[in-house]
Design a protein around this ligand. Structure first.
Ligand SMILES: NC(=O)c1ccc[n+]([C@@H]2O[C@H](COP(=O)([O-])OP(=O)(O)OC[C@H]3O[C@@H](n4cnc5c(N)ncnc54)[C@H](O)[C@@H]3O)[C@@H](O)[C@H]2O)c1
Length: 284
């Protein structure tokens, strides 16, 4: 197979968290196809095992149960690998809807998985990579880590933290032989788009239409872009092109983007109200 990252991952070791679904699964598959030996870690062991079953070589894959909110378990997993070339801190969750409907338990859950989960991966893998004088940490953030979209407010907060952590760490890590890459996609076509809605908000349609996304990225395509960015040791991957344009616009015209964001929220509320009215009508 010809890829822009040919040879880069052959016989290298990698851990992918959240490997039981979506982006993590596609990352694991792309890595094994590129020759890496991959630990597919997920809260859902059966899902991680499905990832392993569908993986094809020349690399290898094994599944482990891992809760990234458990710092000791993450440390144990990293220790068990020995030499670690790539740590993909990818597991994540989301909540979509009005922030007043978010419970404190949900705030804590998203902080625990999306921020602490990444911190645990970094705290376990980075000192090892510093000792090795080699390795790469790859954190999955989001466009939500670069721009402030409403109705996913808690998610946006966590992903901004992941971007900040990654870019700051990169500036420390480079002189120690360790790379850090943060990936920021807009919508990717995975099960996460169907999860985590609170209050009256439901379904990927309201989110995608409200955000003006016609076609979410295919996770296989995104995984390929991630491995290319990692092989090139890029600081950040922002994708697709429309996301890069929006992000740059936001840097030059923050007021314009804030106003657009308010419009997106209004549009999403309207779409959702229509959906609720329709459901009530058909139930009557
Ligand atoms: N799909 C998108 O539109 C999109 C866009 C930007 C960023 N992201 C980010 O990409 C990452 C992967 O998301 P996805 O779209 O593949 O979602 P997904 O829901 O398909 O997969 C997430 C995986 O993480 C696992 N997970 C959840 N909590 C965990 C925990 N505590 N410990 C270990 N594993 C856990 C789940 O079991 C699941 O297998 C997330 O960080 C997400 O925020 C997704």
């Amino acid at each position: 197979m010809n890829t822009p990252y040919d040879g880069h991952f052959a016989a290298r070791s990698a851990i992918v968290t959240g490997a039981g679904s979506g982006i993590g699964r596609c990352l694991a598959h792309a890595l094994t196809a590129a020759g890496a030996d991959v630990v597919c870690a997920d809260l859902d062991l059966a899902a991680a095992q499905q990832t392993v079953l569908a993986a094809s070589g020349p690399g290898t894959a094994r599944a482990v149960a891992l809760d990234v909110t458990d710092a000791e378990a993450v440390q144990e997993l990293v220790d068990s690998v020995g030499h670690l070339d790539f740590m993909f801190n990818n597991a994540g969750i989301t909540f979509g809807g009005e922030t007043e409907d978010l419970t404190l338990a949900q705030w804590n859950a998203i902080i625990d998985v999306n921020i602490r989960g990444v911190v645990h991966g970094v705290a376990a893998a980075y000192p090892l990579m510093v000792r090795q004088k080699s390795g790469q940490i790859v954190n999955t953030a989001s466009m939500g880590g670069l721009m402030a979209a409403g109705l996913i407010t808690s998610y946006v907060m966590t992903k901004h933290a992941v971007v900040g952590l990654s870019l700051a760490l990169r500036s420390e890590a480079q002189a120690k032989g360790v790379g850090v890459t943060v990936v920021c996609p807009s919508a990717v076509d995975t099960p996460i788009l169907d999860k985590g809605y609170i209050g009256k908000f439901h379904g990927r349609d309201y989110y995608l239409k409200g955000q003006g996304v016609r076609h979410p990225l295919a996770p296989e395509v995104f995984a390929d872009e991630v491995l290319t960015a990692v092989a090139e040791d890029r600081a950040m991957l922002v994708t697709p092109r429309t996301a890069r344009i929006a992000w740059r616009l936001g840097r030059f015209f923050p007021g314009f983007v804030q106003r657009s964001s308010i419009k997106f929220v209004a549009k999403q509320r309207k779409l959702q109200d229509k959906r609720v009215k329709k459901a009530l009508k058909s139930a009557a």
